[in-house]
Design a protein around this ligand. Structure first.
Ligand code: GMT
Length: 379
């Protein structure tokens, strides 16, 4: 198949997932065309079946807001026609679903039907999408999609609750490449971070409010009060300066390390003992899944789709949003008890294997086949 993938190219989960999906499809022989404004971060090696089309947004003095959507739709049209795409798969509803609809209408005038699939990732529905500034366009373009997927049952239910959606939403979970995210023994790296055998706690995110990074630091403080421990904070985003101040005020600077955006995430996960994800909402929690594949148990909130992934007492523990004391108590209990830690590590890996890339990619391929069959009927 010739597949066009539209996504955000940055470190966010939706872009990571879309890129990994494209790479896996290319490995299976499909021709994959990424259409976005920047090289996606995980698209970092040459692949004979992968193409990248950069969206250029010319500026003009009149434009206070350069019209990215128009540029994206026009690039989609160009790629659909010149690369003879069979379908478009857009990730994150805003603005990708409406731009796909626009491209679809334009090529229809030339006698071509291009189906598009919209994958909902989370904040496109639960935060931004619901905003009345966007809601009518989001509702319309989701309903116009030839197929809709959500990354968890929770996100599917939230979508039906928040928007008048008239179509089926299929749940296709996030996935993990367990060959990449596998626990490796990296004694020198571990020694560099925790020279005196301290336990290592890890948080990975884009440091947005929804991630509740202050809760991570509060949990860590309680852990460090009772045992030697280090906290690794991976990623970057708007809350980072505030978190740095918080660490200074709490006297934690020597034990908290901000390592910024990391491409070798699998190495960081390999040396970690516990992953902390206390989010206000998480449609799935891809980073938690990658941690589980690396045999790192998860302490999370029980918001959104997290309980579908993090199973209490099996892969880690989940607590109500904001219940820092309970999260800290769970973290301390795990880190003090080697047997419990070992059993949760095993549980985490077993759970991650359920979301193995080889189990999930065929679900997308089956969906594409289905959409194409309907599209033949339509043509
Ligand atoms: O986590 C983020 O804030 C980034 C966001 C995105 O759309 O880029 O991630 C969302 O999509 C991921 C991939 O499907 C999910 O694993 C994340 O849980 C989801 N984030 C939220 O729902 C907050």
């Amino acid at each position: 198949m010739r597949i066009g993938i539209v996504c955000y190219p940055t470190y966010g989960g939706s872009g990571v997932l879309a890129t990994e999906l494209g790479k896996a499809l290319a490995d299976k022989g499909h021709l994959v065309h990424f259409i976005t404004y920047q090289q996606p971060v995980r698209l970092n090696a040459f692949h004979a079946n992968i193409y990248y089309h950069e969206v250029q947004v010319p500026t003009y003095p009149l434009f206070d807001f350069p019209p990215y959507e128009s540029a994206l739709s026009s690039t989609m049209v160009d790629v659909i026609l010149n690369q003879k795409l069979d379908l478009l798969h857009v990730h994150y509803a805003i603005p990708h679903a409406s731009t796909a609809y626009m491209a679809q209408q334009i090529v229809a005038k030339q006698g071509r039907h291009i189906p598009f699939i919209t994958t909902l990732h989370g904040t496109d529905i639960t935060l931004v999408g619901k905003d009345k500034t966007y809601a009518p366009v989001v509702t319309f373009s989701i309903n116009e999609s030839d197929a809709i997927t959500a990354v968890s049952n929770n996100l599917r239910d939230e979508t039906y609750k928040s928007f008048p959606i008239e179509k089926d939403i299929s749940v296709i979970y996030n996935f993990v490449d367990t060959a990449r995210f596998t626990r490796r023994d990296l004694p020198h790296f571990r020694q560099a971070i925790a020279p005196n055998g301290e336990k290592i706690l890890l948080h990975v995110s884009n440091f947005r409010k929804v991630k509740r990074v202050p809760d991570v630091v509060k949990v860590f403080r309680q852990v460090r009060d009772v045992m030697p421990a280090k906290l690794l904070l991976v990623g970057d985003g708007p809350d980072r300066p505030m978190i740095e101040c918080m660490c200074r005020d709490m006297g934690l600077c020597d034990d908290v390390r901000f390592v910024g955006k990391q491409e070798q995430l699998e190495d960081v996960m390999s040396i970690s003992d516990l992953f902390i994800l206390p989010s206000d909402y998480e449609s799935f929690g891809l980073a938690a899944l990658e941690a589980m594949a690396s045999q790192v148990p998860v302490i999370s909130s029980n918001a959104g789709g997290l309980p579908e992934i993090n199973i209490d007492g099996v892969t880690g523990y989940s607590s109500p949003v904001g219940d820092v004391d309970q999260m800290a108590a769970h973290a301390i209990a795990i880190l003090k008890d080697e047997q419990l830690l070992a059993s949760l590590r095993k549980g985490a890996l077993e759970q991650a294997l359920r979301f193995h890339i080889d189990n999930i990619i065929p679900q997308y391929e089956a969906l594409y086949d289905n959409v194409l069959q309907q599209s033949v009927v339509r043509n």
